[in-house]
Design a protein around this ligand. Structure first.
Ligand SMILES: Cc1cc2nc3c(=O)[nH]c(=O)nc-3n(C[C@H](O)[C@H](O)[C@H](O)COP(=O)(O)OP(=O)(O)OC[C@H]3O[C@@H](n4cnc5c(N)ncnc54)[C@H](O)[C@@H]3O)c2cc1C
Length: 380
């Protein structure tokens, strides 16, 4: 471990790790993956531990914890079960942060205690068929009508929708002026009349999956608006930076698991009369993986600490997301190589890391977009 925690944080990490060792076996993860089933029982147990409401203020039945504790939780969960860690990050980002920061008082009182127990799960819907990297060009419309807004349009890649009760939806409420103006966010019930969906087949992240959403005259009460009318882009930027921390922490845990599997295989597998770990080509590959995991971990806790201190920048978030996600992809790829032909079979978990790590450099802002963000801050 390359990061120094306080005694309380170390105790918390050990408690989460013990929980995962008890509740999340490899066989369980494989079963959820193969059957594409969300691990609902474990999710509810995480709620019973108080971990789904970690960043929810205590007055709404949460733990009021900071970003470092959130990162510890997600890194540990990511080590054992990446898609479960993603499910939890959605509760923390779209529940604890988005609803906790920007919902009306009544909506907070109504939703947050249930998000904290796992009774209500949340996901997020920004991307549209014609608005991916250029996310501010979304067109799904929300038009005021009496006490409601009426939503019409289409979204794509809304992950975890099939297991969610609520979805935070970014909408277009005004086409006047710059595209970043006129965006408004709402918390929508996933079983609203007029809201239908199709599953999208993907390379990985099967337990929670991702979906295409269709909104046809979906009515959302006005008090489900997050923040101010037309001013949602600035709030989204806050949520997306937090999401980058959460995803990076979870993937750092997963990268550690891929490394651990590669090390244990390399020590056991013998060729030419000795363990393959004794060949320099293999040991150097493992050394490279170790280095990337440790740098990812340092960046995760550097960013989490800065968030807690109120000094985190957009560039910090981009550097973290870019590095940690590229690192997981590389670590998974190299790990698979260490296992040779067996890495390519469905018998070993490296194939899942290989498939799931591929999303890291695409989702939540591609690596190219992170590089754009960093370059913009460099005066070049
Ligand atoms: C499995 C999965 C889960 C997802 N989950 C969610 C979710 O839960 N909620 C949600 O809202 N979205 C989600 N997304 C959407 C994701 O964030 C987008 O796919 C991503 O932002 C890229 O958008 P795009 O796919 O439209 O690619 P495009 O924007 O079309 O990009 C295509 C290529 O062009 C490059 N490119 C585009 N613009 C630039 C530029 N200005 N400079 C340099 N290169 C550029 C990109 O880097 C990329 O390589 C998910 C996506 C996937 C695949």
């Amino acid at each position: 471990m390359s990061t120094s925690f306080t005694p309380e944080q170390t105790l918390f990490r050990d408690t989460v790790r013990d929980f995962c060792e008890r509740e999340i076996s490899r066989e369980f993860v494989r079963r959820c993956d193969e059957t594409k089933q969300p691990p609902r029982d474990v999710y509810e147990k995480l709620g019973a531990q108080g971990w789904l409401g970690m960043n929810i203020p205590e007055e709404y039945d949460g733990a009021g914890a900071g970003a470092v504790e959130v990162a510890i939780l997600l890194e540990e969960l990511g080590y054992f079960f990446l898609d479960l860690s993603f499910w939890v990050f959605r509760a923390l980002t779209w529940g604890g942060l988005a609803v906790g920061r920007d919902a009306t008082e009544e909506t907070k009182r109504q939703l947050l205690p249930k998000i904290a127990t796992g009774e209500l799960a949340v996901c997020f819907s920004l991307t549209e068929p014609d608005a991916g990297s250029d996310a501010a060009s979304i067109s799904l419309s929300a038009v005021e009508d009496g006490d409601d807004y009426v939503l019409n349009g289409q979204k794509v890649f809304t992950s975890g929708f099939k297991a969610s009760d609520l979805v935070v939806v970014a909408t277009r409420t005004s086409a006047e002026g710059k595209k970043h103006h006129g965006i408004t966010n709402f918390v929508v019930d996933t079983d609203s009349d007029g809201l239908t969906w199709n599953a999208i087949d993907t390379l990985g992240h099967w337990p929670l999956g991702t979906a295409m959403l269709f909104f046809e005259d979906v009515r959302v009460p006005k008090d489900r608006m997050l923040g101010q009318l037309h001013e949602g882009w600035a709030d989204l930027a806050v949520y997306l930076r937090y999401e980058r921390l959460c995803l990076s922490a979870a993937r750092t845990g997963a990268a550690k698991a891929a490394l651990a599997d590669a090390i244990s295989y390399a020590k056991e597998r013998e060729q030419f009369g000795r363990p393959i770990s004794k060949f320099q080509a293999v040991s150097h590959r493992l050394a490279e993986m170790q280095m990337m995991v440790e740098i990812s971990e340092m960046l995760v806790y550097r960013y989490a600490t800065r968030l807690d201190q109120g000094i985190a920048t957009t560039r910090d978030a981009a550097i973290l997301k870019l590095y940690a996600c590229e690192a997981y992809k590389e670590v998974a790829d190299m790990g698979l190589q260490v296992l040779g032909g067996y890495g390519y079979t469905m018998e070993y978990d490296l194939q899942r890391h290989f498939r799931e790590s591929r999303l890291g450099t695409i989702g939540a802002g591609t690596s190219d977009i992170q590089r754009n963000i960093i370059a913009k801050t460099m005066g070049i």
